[in-house]
Design a protein around this ligand. Sequence first.
Ligand code: HXC
Length: 517
Amino acid sequence: MDVNGKIFKKFLERQQMFESHYDAKKQHSKGKLTARERIEILYDEDTFEEIDAFVSSAKSDGEFGRVTAAYGDGVIIGHGQVQGRLVFSYAQDFNVMGGSLGSVHASKIMKIQDMALKMGAPIIGLIDSGGARIQEGVASLAGYAGIFYRNVQASGVIPQISVILGPAAGGAVYSPSITDYVFMTNKTSYMFVTGPNVVKEVLNEEVTFDDLGGAEVHAKKSGVAQMIFEDEENTLLGVRRLISYLPSNNLENSPEIELSGEDETQDVEEKLRDIVPDDPNKPYDVKDVIELLVDKRSFYEISERYAQNLVVGFGRLDGKVIGIVANQPKVLAGTLDIDSSVKGARFVRFCDSFNIPLLTLEDVPGFLPGIDQEHNGIIRHGAKLLYAYADATVPRITVILRKSYGGAYCVMNSKNLGGDFNFAWPTAEIAVMGPEGAVAILYRKELTEAEDPVMLKKQLAVKYRDQIANPYISDEKGFIDEVIDPAITRKKLKSAFLALENKYMTNPSRKHGNIPL
Ligand code: HXC
C-alpha cells in the first residue's frame, strides 16, 4: 500500500479526528479520567484492542437537535489482557452526550457482551452515563433491556464486573446491579434510579446526588457497591486484583499462583491458640484469624463496609483460591441479621457458580433478635444464606471457632446442610441456645425461688457450658469431624481441601430452584 497515498491519508485523518474527539480537560476538571485513560490503567500495557471505533448513529436534525453522538457513539468496546488473561470491556465516554445510551451505543455494548459470553471470558463495564438517551426515546429503553437480558444470560457463566466512574443514572444502574461486583470511586461516582429533579417533583424534597447514592451510601447502606476506592486509578487496580482470583468462566478453576518464599505462611501457628478470649462474651477480630490462615497478603475482602458482622472475601491456600465467609464477633457480637445474611448468600452463590471452594469460620450467637428484624423479614432473608449453602456443590469446610448456637449452627454450613468437613476448636460452644437463655428456660422455677438467683444462674450457665455447649458431644455424634488444635488449622484446611479437590456432585435436575428472593 502507498502510505503517502490518498487512501492511507484518509485513514490517518480519521484516526486524528477520532483521537481529538476525547476531551481530557473536561473530564480531568471533574476529577475524572477519560474512557481511554481508564482502559489504559485497567489493561496490561499495550494489549487493548478496540473494535467498532467508528460506528456511529445516523445524524438527524429533528426538533431535539442532533441525535448522533459522533464517532463510536460515546462508548469504547474491545478486548485485551488483564493480568495476562483475556477480558472484554466497554467504557462509556461522558463527554459524548453525557455517556447516555442510545441504540448504537447499546448495540456496541451488546456486541461485546455476546463476544465475552461466546469466548468464556470476563466482561468489565466502565460506566459514566446519564442513562437512557432522551432524544432516542424508546430505542434507548430497548437498548437497556437488551443489555440486561445479556447480563442475566451471562450470570454464573462468566464473571461480570461493573465499575462506576461518574454518574450511573436511571437505566444505567440496573446492569451493574445484575453483575457480580460493583466498584465505585468515592466522591466522583454516584448511582440512582431517580435523580434529584424527580425527587423534588414527586416528593418536594431537596436532595443531592451524594444523598441519593454516592459511593459511601452504596458501600455502607444499600449494599449496591461491593468495593469503593478513593480515586479512579486505585479503583481500576482493585478490579485488576479481583480478576486474579476469578476463573474466566464457570467451566474453569481460578488461576493458581506459585508462592514465592516471602508469601509462604507457616502451617503451624501458635498465635491462633490465643485469639479467642477466655471470656466467651469478649469480642475479637476474625480478620486476625483469616490473616493467619491464608497465604500472606492474599486476603481480598469484599463488601468491607456493608454488614460488617459478616466478613466475606477471597484468599489463597498454597496459591489456590478459596472464598471465605466468617462471622465477625467484633460487630453485633457476630449475630446474623438481614443484611449479613443477604451479603453472605450472594457471596456463597458467586463462589459456587465459579468453582471456588468455601471456607466458613463460625462464631455466631444466633440471629439478631428484635421487632425490626422480624418485621423486615429476617425469616426469608436468613433463609437465603441457608439456601445458598445447601445448594452449593463446591467443596465446603467449616471451622467453628467459638459460638455455634441455634439456627445459626444449621445455617453456617453445618454437616447436615452438606458441609464436607466440619472442624471445631476446643473453644467451640455448640447448642440449641446460649447458656443464659437455656438455663432461664430449663430452671425458671428454681431461679424464681432462689435466694440469690444471679449466682445460681451463673453456676448453672457454667454447668451448661461444661455438659452441653461443648464441641466434644458434637464430635462424638459425628456432627463435627474433628476437634482440632487451633495452631494446626491451616495444615488441616490444606489437606481437607486437597481431599475435596475432585469433588463432583450435581443437584437434582430442574429448571432452577426457587431461592427465597
Ligand atoms: C441525553 C444527556 C443525558 C441523557 C446527560 N446528557 N444525560 N443527553 N440523554 N439521559 C447530556 C446533557 O444534556 C449535556 O449535554 C451532557 O450530557 C452533560 O450533562 P450535564 O447535565 O451537563 O452534566 P452534569 O452536570 O455532570 O450532570 C450529569 C447528570 C445529568 C447527573 C447525569 O446530566 C442528568 O441528570 N441527566 C439525566 C439523568 C437521568 O435522569 N437519566 C434517566 C434517564 S431515564 P451538553 O450538550 O450540554 O454537553 C432512564 C430510564 C431507563 O434511564 C430505565 C431502564 C430500566
